[in-house]
Design a protein around this ligand. Structure first.
Ligand code: HEC
Length: 151
């Protein structure tokens, strides 16, 4: 019967639609659970940046910083922003709580820091963006604390 075939086809299509919706739903939940792949402080200390500290990287990092970070840390990194209290003064590494090696700064940006700094690993399109931000943040430090430009 052609009519039964049609109904059968519709039923099959519905089944496929429902099961793929379920699969997508499960994936979304898995992606939200970002607690497991955080980098430990110990591992962060050993991390070496794949992106050298160059003017180009700092410039790329600055663009990303303007997009993602100024609302809490301010355009100059000094965090004199009225809305959100207690964001770290990024220009003064002497008082930082989560480490100032390149891997530790990368970790703070990637996984978040303290109670109120959000993780950015899912908000950037590639890992290098996080390293560019790391390089930009380190360029805000006093000259004596800054890394040497690679060039
Ligand atoms: C929602 C507000 C908010 C945003 C957006 C934000 N931060 Fe933060 N950030 C904080 C707060 C609050 C802290 C202090 C966390 C703590 O140690 O308690 C912090 C801490 C940090 C630290 C660690 C400093 C330390 O003490 O070791 C770094 C590095 C940092 N932020 C960089 C960034 C960068 C780069 C961006 C943009 C990608 C950014 N932050 C975006 C609120 C924010």
């Amino acid at each position: 019967m052609p009519r039964r075939t049609l109904l059968c086809t519709i039923a099959m299509l519905l089944l496929v639609a429902v099961s793929s919706a379920l699969t997508i739903g499960t994936r979304a939940v898995a992606a939200d659970d970002d607690t497991d792949d955080r980098i430990s402080l110990e591992d962060a200390k050993k991390l070496k940046s794949p992106v050298p500290y160059t003017k180009e990287s700092i410039a790329r990092g600055k663009v990303l910083y303007r997009r993602d970070c100024t609302e809490c840390h301010g355009a100059d990194g000094k965090s004199q922003v009225d809305v959100i209290a207690n964001a770290t003064d990024l220009t003064d590494p002497e008082y930082w709580a989560s480490g100032i090696s390149e891997g530790e700064v990368y970790r703070s940006i990637r996984d978040g820091a303290g109670d109120a700094m959000p993780p950015f690993k899912d908000k950037v399109s590639k890992d290098e963006d996080l390293w560019d931000m790391t390089n930009f943040v380190r360029s805000l430090w006093p000259e004596s604390a800054r890394p040497k430009l690679a060039e």
